[in-house]
Design a protein around this ligand. Structure first.
Ligand code: ADP
Ligand code: GLC
Length: 482
């Protein structure tokens, strides 16, 4: 039995700000149970929902050495859907209304978390063969493992896998301060290890020190080895390309299942999709105040409102789309104020055509996936993207830009061969996006049979975790010498 510990800053159901939480909370359930004991370790945030927090059990406490300080850390545990979760407690670091705060606070918080995870292992009596770390917040785990714990036989055989969910966020801060916070030796803050453009860089540390690197789609795995897509680390990623693999994410098929989803108005299957989606559309139109019209071309957006997701294209084109096209938009999102304000503005101008809910709502997200005809995701870059897969699972046709995981998971519609599962455009250009939306609407209006066939194809795509989990298993086996 191999022991694997997922180290992550978020995982459903305990904490979620984006797709990382979906992945860290669902993938562990899909490994071969007899061969892999996969557990997850997270921070115990003060902002965790109280009903979940009350289910955690205290195990013990210890002290974490961070340079000249000894910091308290408690360990809690819980079992959720057959997976063992551990939580690192420290009320100073994990306070506040959200898991992430200012970067100068977060670099210290996640240095503490990373060191605490390694220090915790003997206390929880779980010596993993593989520490599987995710994103910049855990980049120092492989670094501490090889430096601070390097001489300790307990840690000697442990290997690390580092998964990049988003190359844009690297955890960069002043070298002097990071040295002071972490107590890491000065000599590793050089251009081949932790230093990048004059700063300490956690993600770079993870990429240099990990035994193997993965990212969340094959196209993104290639993109990050280039100067354009590498966010300043393209050269390093290129140098490490033999130890870098893109594995596309899967969906939690229990959570995202139109046949059983408790959040949606009417459950449906591939066979009842046309009627089912109409009923959900009516329910959502009523709920959001849009005119009830079964034939409206309803486009959904569920997203963090950041420039990664292509909202400057949307901002540029929205006036033209809403004033010239017969469409309805239902938008759910939160993030940058300029985009929240943009959607509020267009809702004010076109209340019958665009509804906006600023905030986070799992329930409403599911309702949008179930009710809409199309789902717009014109991302500037997209490591994988789960929303477009969730949309397809509910028979909602994605309109996407061909980048990263969107390119790998959405096959462009071909009207001559009657193939494809969505609409796509290539360049990051607002008019290309407009033409894709118009084209989708034309097929929806003028060739409903072809549209409905595409809906069925989209729903039948295999976005389950099984195939991808096997690829991770192969990496674990290879690192363990099999
Ligand atoms: P990212 O991780 O870059 O935000 P993904 O497409 O991988 O993008 O994952 C986004 C996840 O977050 C999906 O589960 C999506 O449904 C969810 N999500 C995004 N914004 C919201 C919101 N405002 N309310 C509810 N769920 C949201
Ligand atoms: C990141 C990426 C997103 C990906 C998710 C889960 O948040 O932006 O594309 O799907 O991680 O891997």
């Amino acid at each position: 039995m191999k022991r694997i510990l997922f180290v992550s800053s978020e995982a459903v159901p305990y904490m979620k700000t984006g797709g990382l939480a979906d992945v860290a909370g669902s993938l562990p359930r899909y490994f071969e149970k007899e061969l892999y004991d996969v557990r997850v370790i997270l921070p115990k945030y003060a902002c965790m929902e109280k009903s979940l927090e009350s289910q955690l059990h205290f195990i013990c406490h210890f002290y974490v050495k961070l340079n000249w300080r000894e910091q308290y850390a408690g360990i809690f545990e819980a079992e959720y859907r057959g997976i063992h979760y551990y939580f690192i407690d420290n009320e100073f670091y994990f306070a506040g209304p959200s898991p992430y705060n200012q970067i100068y606070e977060d670099v210290e918080k996640f240095a503490f978390f990373s060191k605490a995870v390694l220090t915790a292992l003997p206390y929880i009596d779980f010596a993993p063969n593989i520490l599987h770390c995710h994103d910049w917040q855990t980049g120092l785990v492989p670094v501490f493992l090889r430096t601070s714990f390097g001489g300790d036989p307990y840690y000697a055989g442990m290997k690390t896998v580092y998964t990049i969910h988003n190359m844009k966020f690297q955890g960069r801060w002043r070298i002097r301060e990071v040295m002071d916070i972490t107590g890491l030796p000065e000599q590793i803050f050089n251009a081949n290890e932790l230093e990048s453009y004059g700063e300490a860089n956690y993600l770079k540390g993870g990429c240099v020190y990990a035994d193997f690197i993965t990212t969340v789609s094959p196209t993104y795995a290639y993109d990050i080895t280039t100067q354009e897509g590498g966010e300043g680390l393209g050269g390093l990623m290129y140098a490490r390309r033999e130890s870098l693999l893109g594995i596309v994410n899967g969906l939690d098929y229990d959570e995202y299942n139109p046949m059983t989803d408790p959040f949606i108005d009417t459950n449906f299957s591939v066979k009842s999709v046309v009627e089912g989606k109409k009923a959900n559309k009516t329910a959502l139109q009523k709920k959001t105040g849009l005119p009830v019209d079964k034939d409206a071309f309803l486009i959904g957006i569920v997203s963090r409102l950041t420039d990664q997701k292509g909202f400057d294209l949307v901002a540029y084109m929205m006036q033209e789309i809403l004033s010239t096209m017969e469409v309805q938009f239902v938008v759910l999102g939160a993030g940058e104020y300029r985009f929240e304000e943009m959607f509020e503005y267009f809702h004010g101008c076109f209340p019958d055509k665009l509804s906006i809910y600023i905030g986070y709502s799992e329930e409403r997200a599911h309702q949008i996936y179930a009710a809409c005809d199309a789902f717009l995701m014109p991302s500037l870059f997209e490591p994988c993207g789960l929303s477009q897969m969730m949309a397809m699972r509910y028979g909602t046709i994605p309109i996407v830009r061909e980048t990263g995981g969107l390119k790998d998971t959405v096959e462009a519609y071909n009207e001559y061969e009657h193939t494809g599962t969505g609409f796509s455009f290539c360049n990051y250009n607002a008019h290309e996006m407009l033409f894709a939306i118009r084209y989708a609407q034309k097929i929806y209006r003028c060739d409903r049979k072809d549209w409905n066939d595409m809906v069925v194809r989209a729903m039948k795509q295999d976005f389950s975790w099984e195939t991808s989990a096997e690829k991770y298993e192969e990496i674990y086996d290879m690192l363990c010498g099999e």
